[in-house]
Write a protein that binds this ligand. Structure first.
Ligand code: SAM
Length: 240
């Protein structure tokens, strides 16, 4: 049986955990109806997780729901990260499409996501708290141990500077050469993936990325929606 898994900001070196996060206590208590002795998994979001068992749960305090105490049974490092640290630089898309990109890219194994404001970006803002929550839930669900950071939106010029330390950067643009059998060869420690907005990159932006020595690649002869391209590119890059 697969145990329920929560990512919580807790020090897992302790023998007993006091879980006070409202959403987690509500799920443990009211959704999964766990009782003393029931096991579940807690991950710290930084690469360590522990199997724990409920010790006590006293929901009936006058000051609202109380914490749940859990005993650590064992702890371990989580080894589900991609060998290549992949950063997805994706133009800000319509809210639900950008949220889909965050959820699926995190499931695929992205290390960080940078929302990019390009000249053809229609929607300018993102709700970072909500996106970070979606990223955390995608990690809980997919068994990841490290929650990717979602950066503040930045201009393409700044994103290019941000991407400079990457071992390689890919500009995804229809009509470019097909990528070789594997997008990122093994041994490449970090890669940036640049995905344009619904209307595509404008010619000046393409020049900027070419001047920064990005490798232009195609995802095939069909024009994909930006969210499809972002998810497919992340999947390919995290295979190394
Ligand atoms: N009208 C735009 C054009 O023809 O370039 C379409 C933009 S597409 C909907 C949004 C983004 O997804 C593109 O800027 C690109 O980054 C990526 N994309 C979509 N299809 C692609 C393909 N076949 N190869 C590479 N990138 C693709």
């Amino acid at each position: 049986m697969r145990l329920h898994r929560f990512i919580l900001d807790l020090d897992l070196s302790a023998d007993e955990l006091v879980i006070s996060d409202r959403e987690a206590t509500n799920q443990i208590r009211n959704v999964f109806r766990m009782e003393a002795g029931d096991p579940f998994i807690v991950c710290d979001g930084k690469g360590i997780e522990a199997t724990v068992r409920v010790v006590s749960d006293d929901p009936s305090t006058s000051s609202g729901p109380s914490a749940i105490v859990a005993k650590v049974v064992d702890r371990r490092a989580v080894d589900t990260e991609s060998a290549t640290k992949v950063t997805l630089y994706c133009a800000v898309l319509k809210r639900e499409n950008f949220e889909l990109v965050v959820q699926k890219a995190v499931e695929c194994g992205v290390s960080a996501i940078v929302p990019v404001i390009s000249s053809r970006t229609i929607k300018l803002g993102v709700k970072l708290d909500r996106l970070q929550k979606i990223a955390t839930e995608a990690c809980e669900q997919s068994g990841r141990g490290i929650v990717p950071a979602i950066a503040e939106p930045m201009s393409l010029r700044l994103a290019i500077v941000h991407a400079k330390p990457n071992a390689t950067n890919f500009l995804f643009e229809p009509g470019s050469p097909d990528f070789p059998e594997t997008l990122v060869p093994s041994g490449i420690v970090s890669a940036g993936l640049f995905i344009g907005p619904e209307g595509g990159w404008d010619p000046t932006e393409l020049d900027l990325m070419h001047s920064a020595d990005f490798t232009a690649v195609s995802l095939g002869p069909r024009i994909l929606r930006a969210e499809t391209a972002a998810i497919a590119a992340t999947f390919l890059a995290t295979r190394a």
